[in-house]
Write a protein that binds this ligand. Structure first.
Ligand code: NAD
Length: 293
């Protein structure tokens, strides 16, 4: 298949490389030249613009930071919905607002395109290993059309429901993850202040009722686990500012629907405080060091 990959950042680049490894022709575009260079040296075909990359593509995949980037890419006079060929299947893997995702997909449909939302979980390690979880929203036939490509980048492909459902699941998941990271960090700090070895503490809690994904696979306390951001100066991984964005999506969604989400809101404020203290680009597990008032 001929694929256009737009947004070759921490996640998009390794995802695109897995498609190249699987034998697809991948034309890519990113605003940052260094990302395009890395893409080209791994066998990708760099383009000068998103619409150039999208020419004659069987599928167009976008992996952009936030809602406004996705709106700018697809909508408007020079957006892809005006310049691309409606035979191209549109797959947006960015994490964005479920509402905006539905709007973009509806405009796409009105112009004859099939579009699905397919945000991911699994982080940069999952993107590199091709083991991402995809949470997909859209018509079943379009999800099936996308499956051969998604299977080259991920291990679990879930059809969550109608357009926007993938984003809804992603937003719920990341609200829980953000809360879990803060709670786990707080418990570990308390134990360490009592003189506990954080590894012993983590091992025992991992076999007790406090067990959770953060504690077992992404421990925020430096030195407890190898190969996680906390043991590499909190560099790489999933940025504080991206978690802050996702908690903003969750609390906005909760407010729109009049759903009570006090822990989501408190978490959003704590990540915001941590970001404002200059930690926005660090991995989100760096909230282990947050000294909140
Ligand atoms: P990133 O900032 O590393 O990459 C985004 C890339 O998009 C950048 O290279 C940027 O230059 C490019 N870009 C922006 N506008 C563009 C445009 N109009 N055309 C082409 N390229 C454009 O972000 P990331 O970590 O790769 O995350 C991408 C998305 O995936 C986000 O929505 C994020 O929330 C989500 N996500 C990230 C992770 C993670 O662990 N990093 C995990 C799951 C989901």
């Amino acid at each position: 298949m001929k694929v256009a990959f737009l947004g070759l950042g921490n996640m998009g680049l390794p995802m695109a490389l897995n498609l190249i490894k699987a034998g697809h022709q991948v034309n890519g575009f990113d605003l940052v030249q260094a990302q395009l260079d890395a893409f080209q040296s791994a066998g990708g075909i760099p383009a000068n613009s998103a619409s150039e990359a999208a020419l004659d593509a069987d599928a167009i995949i976008s992996m952009l930071p936030a809602s406004r980037h996705v709106e700018a890419l697809y909508l408007g006079d020079s957006g892809l919905l005006a310049t691309a060929n409606p035979k191209s299947l549109l797959i947006d893997c960015s994490t964005i607002s479920p509402k905006i995702s539905q709007v973009v997909a509806a405009v796409a449909k009105s112009k004859g395109f099939a579009m699905i939302d397919a945000p991911v979980s699994g982080g940069t390690a999952g993107a590199q290993a091709g083991t991402l979880t995809f949470m997909v929203g859209g018509d079943a036939a379009d999800v099936d059309r996308a499956r051969p490509l998604l299977e080259k980048m991920g291990k679990n492909i879930f059809h969550a429901g109608a357009s926007g459902s993938g984003q809804t699941v992603k937003v719920c998941n990341n609200m829980l993850l953000g809360i879990q990271m803060l709670g786990t960090s707080e418990a570990l700090r308390l134990g360490v202040a009592n003189g506990m070895d954080p590894k012993v503490l983590s091992d025992i809690m991992s076999k007790s009722s406090g067990r959770n994904w953060v504690l077992e696979l992404y421990n925020p306390c430096p030195g407890v686990m190898e190969n996680v951001p906390s043991s590499k100066g909190y560099v790489g991984g999933f940025g504080v500012d991206l978690m802050l964005k996702d908690l903003g999506l969750a609390t906005e969604n909760a407010s729109d629907l009049d759903v009570s989400a006090p822990l989501g809101e408190l978490s959003r404020k704590l990540y915001e405080e941590h970001s404002k203290a200059g930690n926005g680009q660090l991995d989100f597990s760096s909230v282990f060091n947050l000294k909140a008032d």
